[in-house]
Design a protein around this ligand. Structure first.
Ligand code: NAD
Ligand code: GLY
Length: 366
C-alpha cells in the first residue's frame, strides 16, 4: 500500500479558525505541507526529553532558514506546570518572537497542552501547530483547542481554548510508543464510539485484534474515525456549553481513580477505561442502559488489553470524595456523563451519591 493511499485529511470547521488534521505515515517529513502553515519567521518547538531525541531532527529539516529554537520539558505529567509555561514564554522572548511566530508542539498530550497554552499567552495569542506523537494525543488532545497546565490543587485548572493552525499526526511515530501508552490511547478511541457512533463501535469490535497488534491501515482508519467524530463535536460546541461535555464519559470516575493512585497506578486512558465501565454500571442502576451494553463495552476494553476493574487498595468513600471535586459539578451536586447504551450518552445533574457509592463499593476489591 502506498503512503499517500493511507493519508487521511480531516477538517475541523470553525470559520476563519478552521484547520486540517493530517493523519498518516511520513507526515513529519512532508515539510512542504506543514511549513506552508507557518506565517512568520520565528518558531519555537516545544517537546520533551523522550520525544525530542527521536523526532526533533526531522522537524529541524523543515525549519531551515527560519529563526527557531527548541524548549524541552522533562518527561511526565508533573512538568505540565505553570512554571514551565513561564520558561517557554521566556524562550519566545529570547527568540525575539513577533506576533506571527509559531509554536510547534512535538509530543504527547502533556507537551501539546502546555505548548498550546504558551501560544495562547504570548502576545495574547499566536499560532501553534500540533504534532502529536502518542495515540491519545492524535485522537483526542491535539484536536479541539483545549490547552492548559496543572496546579498543585488539581489537573488542568489553568487553561484557554486556543485552536491549533494544523495538526500533523505522523503515525510512524507510534512505532516507538510503549505498549501501555498505546493501549491507553485506544481507550479514547473506544470512548468516542461508545458515546456517539454505534456503527464505529461495531467496527472496533470487528477490528480489536488488528488494533491490538497495531496494524497500520486499521490503526489509521480508527484514528481518522475518532477524529471525524471529535471534529464534529468541536465544530458544534467549541467551548463546551453542552454536547462537548459528553466527551468526558468515564472521566469523573477516571480522574478520581487516577488521583487516588497518585497518578502512578493508572494512566489517564486506563482510568477512563475503568471509569467508563463504572459509569455504565451506574447508568444501568439508574435504569438508563442495559447490562448487555455494559458487557459489550467491558469485553471490547479487555480485548484491547485495558483494565476494567478498580485497582486494589482504593476505598469507595475516598473515591466519592474525589469525584465531588470534579469541574463539571454544579451547586455542590454531582454532575456526571451517563450512558444510554452503545452510541449514546447524556449529562445528568444532581446524581444521587448513594447510588454512586453503591457502584463504587461493589467494584472495590476486598
Ligand atoms: P504524555 O504526553 O505524558 O505521553 C505519554 C508518554 O509517552 C510520555 O512518557 C512521553 O514522553 C512518551 N512518548 C510520547 N510520544 C512518544 C513516542 N512517539 N515514542 C515514545 N515515547 C513517546 O501523555 P498523553 O497520554 O499523550 O497525554 C496525556 C495528557 O493529555 C494529560 O496531561 C491530559 O490532561 C492531556 N489531555 C488533554 C486533552 C485536551 O483536550 N487538551 C485531552 C485528553 C488528555
Ligand atoms: N478531551 C475532551 C475534550 O476535548 O473536550
Amino acid at each position: 500500500m502506498s503512503l499517500s493511499s493511507l493519508l487521511r485529511r480531516i477538517d475541523v470547521t470553525l470559520g476563519d479558525r478552521s484547520y486540517t488534521v493530517s493523519i498518516g505515515p511520513g507526515q513529519l517529513d512532508d515539510t512542504a505541507y506543514w511549513r506552508a502553515r507557518l506565517r512568520g519567521r520565528h518558531a519555537l518547538v516545544i517537546s520533551n526529553s523522550t520525544v525530542a531525541p527521536l523526532y526533533l531532527e526531522r522537524i529541524a529539516k523543515g525549519l531551515d532558514g527560519l529563526q527557531w529554537s527548541s524548549f524541552l520539558l522533562d518527561d511526565g505529567e508533573a512538568h505540565k506546570s505553570f512554571a514551565n509555561v513561564g520558561r517557554a514564554l521566556e524562550a519566545l522572548a529570547h527568540l525575539g518572537a513577533t506576533r506571527d511566530a509559531c509554536v510547534i508542539a512535538l509530543g504527547g498530550g502533556v507537551v501539546g497542552d502546555l505548548a498550546g497554552f504558551t501560544a495562547a499567552c504570548w502576545m495574547r495569542g499566536i499560532d501553534f501547530i500540533q504534532m502529536p506523537t502518542t495515540l491519545l494525543a492524535m485522537v483526542d488532545s491535539s484536536v479541539g483547542g483545549k490547552t492548559g497546565v496543572n496546579l498543585p490543587a488539581g489537573k488542568n485548572l489553568i487553561g484557554a481554548f486556543h485552536q491549533p493552525r494544523a495538526v500533523i499526526a505522523d503515525t510512524d511515530t507510534l512505532t516507538t510508543l510503549p505498549d501501555r501508552e498505546y493501549r491507553a490511547g485506544l481507550a479514547e478511541v473506544i470512548k468516542g464510539a461508545a458515546i456517539g457512533d454505534p456503527e464505529f463501535f461495531g467496527w472496533l469490535e470487528q477490528h480489536a485484534d488488528a488494533l491490538s497488534v497495531r496494524d497500520t491501515a486499521t490503526l489509521i482508519d480508527a484514528i481518522a474515525r475518532k477524529v471525524v467524530y471529535k471534529a464534529g463535536v468541536v465544530a458544534r460546541d467549541e467551548t463546551e456549553q453542552g454536547e462537548r461535555a459528553l466527551l468526558n464519559l468515564g472521566h469523573t470516575f477516571g480522574h478520581a481513580l487516577e488521583t487516588a493512585g497518585n497518578y502512578t497506578t493508572l494512566l489517564h486512558g486506563e482510568g477512563v477505561a475503568v471509569g467508563m465501565v463504572l459509569a455504565a454500571r451506574l447508568s444501568e442502576r439508574l435504569g438508563l442502559s442495559e447490562a448487555a451494553d455494559t458487557a459489550r463495552l467491558q469485553t471490547l476494553l479487555e480485548r484491547t488489553g485495558l483494565p476494567t476493574v478498580i485497582p486494589p487498595g482504593m476505598q469507595p468513600d475516598v473515591l466519592l470524595g474525589l469525584m465531588r471535586l470534579d469541574k463539571k459539578n454544579l451547586a455542590g451536586t454531582l454532575r456526571l456523563i451517563l450512558w444510554r447504551g452503545i452510541g449514546q450518552a447524556e449529562i445528568v445533574s444532581g446524581v444521587d451519591e448513594a447510588q454512586v457509592l453503591a457502584v463504587l463499593t461493589e467494584a472495590c476489591p476486598g
